[in-house]
Ligand binder design. Structure first.
Ligand code: AMP
Length: 292
C-alpha cells in the first residue's frame, strides 16, 4: 500500500511512493485542471525557483520532484556527494507556490536495481556530442527517469531549464518521438550577479574558484558577439577563447551549434547556441548562451 500524503513542517505536501503519487494525480487531473511539473535533483536555487514560478503562473497544480537519479551519474561522478538540502528545498517550493513535492527513494523508482531497469535511449546523434561525449550513458539515465516521472505525475506541462541545453533538446526529442501528451516549456538560465549560471554544483567551488568561474560566461558572450566572416575565422576565435580559459579550466568543449540539431554551426547568428563545459579542479561546470 502506498504511504499517504505527508504534511511537512513547512506546510507543503510530500509524497514518497509511486502509489500515493498516482492517487494524488488521479484526484486532481480533472477536466479543468492543468498539472505542471518541474523535475529536479534538489539543492534548489533561484534557477529552479524561476521554473516553479513559471509553472505556478501557467498551471492549476504544480508538482516538483526531488530525486537524485543514480542512473544519470557515471561510476566516477558525484552521485554520493551531490548536495542534499531537503528541508530548505521544501521551504523554497512552498514559497514559490508548488502544491506537492514528489520525493521517492531510489528503491521506489528502481525496485529491481538500476542494472535491471528498462531504459529509454535517445538517438545517438543528439547524445554522442557535447556533454554526452564526456558522460556516456548520462542522457539515457535522464531520459529514463524523466519518462518514468512523466508517467507517474502525468503533467500537461513540464518545465526544463535552458541551462542544461542538451538535456532540454533530448527531452523535447523523446517527447515528440514518443508522442507524449506533454508540452515541454523551456525556462531562461538564471545567473548570479557576476554572470555565473546558478547550479547546485556551484556549492562545491572554493572561494578562489568561485571568483574565476564567471569567466566561462564571459567567454560565451564574447563568442556570441563575434562578427566573423567565415567558418575558419570562427574556429580561430573559438580556439583563442579555449586557450584563454585553459589557464584556469580544463575545457571539455566550447562549441557553436545549431540550437535545434546541436550540430556544429558554420556561423554565429539567430538559431545558434554557444555551449561550454569545463572543469575547475574537480567541479564540472556547464553553460550556454542562445544567439537571438
Ligand atoms: P537539476 O536539479 O540540476 O537536475 O535541475 C532541475 C531543472 O532546473 C533542470 O530543468 C535544469 O535545467 C533547471 N536549472 C538548473 N539550473 C538552472 C538555472 N541556472 N537557470 C534555469 N534553470 C536551471
Amino acid at each position: 500500500m502506498g504511504q499517504t500524503v505527508m504534511d511537512s513542517a513547512v506546510g507543503i505536501k510530500v509524497i514518497e511512493t509511486v502509489s500515493a503519487m498516482r492517487e494524488w494525480v488521479k484526484e486532481r487531473r480533472t477536466d479543468n485542471s492543468i498539472i505542471g511539473f518541474v523535475p529536479t535533483m534538489g539543492a534548489l536555487h533561484e534557477g529552479h525557483v524561476s521554473l516553479i514560478r513559471q509553472a505556478v503562473k501557467d498551471c492549476t497544480h504544480v508538482v516538483v520532484s526531488i530525486f537524485v537519479n543514480p542512473l544519470q551519474f557515471g561510476p566516477h561522478e558525484d552521485y554520493q556527494k551531490y548536495p542534499r538540502t531537503f528541508e530548505r528545498d521544501l521551504e523554497l517550493c512552498r514559497s514559490a507556490g508548488a502544491a506537492l513535492i514528489f520525493h521517492p527513494e531510489v528503491k521506489e523508482l528502481y525496485p529491481a536495481g538500476s542494472a535491471e531497469q528498462t531504459v529509454v535511449v535517445p538517438p545517438a546523434k543528439l547524445t554522442d556530442t557535447l556533454c554526452g561525449a564526456f558522460r556516456p550513458g548520462h542522457f539515457t539515465g535522464v531520459a529514463t527517469v524523466v519518462l518514468k516521472l512523466f508517467e507517474l505525475v502525468r503533467p500537461h506541462q513540464a518545465y526544463f531549464g535552458e541551462k542544461d541545453f542538451q538535456q532540454l533538446k533530448v527531452i523535447e526529442k523523446i517527447s515528440g518521438d514518443l508522442n507524449l501528451p506533454i508540452e515541454i516549456i523551456p525556462g531562461k538560465t538564471i545567473r548570479e550577479a557576476d554572470g555565473l549560471a546558478m547550479s547546485s554544483r556551484n556549492a562545491y567551488l572554493t572561494a578562489g574558484q568561485r571568483q574565476i568561474a564567471p569567466k566561462l560566461y564571459q567567454s560565451l558572450c564574447r563568442i556570441r558577439d563575434l562578427r566573423v566572416p567565415d567558418k575558419a575565422e570562427l574556429e580561430k576565435a573559438i580556439e583563442k577563447e579555449k586557450s584563454l580559459l585553459s589557464a584556469d579550466f580544463t575545457v571539455q568543449y566550447l562549441n557553436v551549434c545549431n540550437a535545434q540539431t546541436l550540430e556544429e554551426a558554420d556561423a554565429i547568428g539567430p538559431g545558434s547556441v554557444v555551449l561550454v563545459a569545463a572543469k575547475l579542479g574537480n567541479v564540472r561546470l556547464i553553460d550556454n548562451v542562445i544567439v537571438d
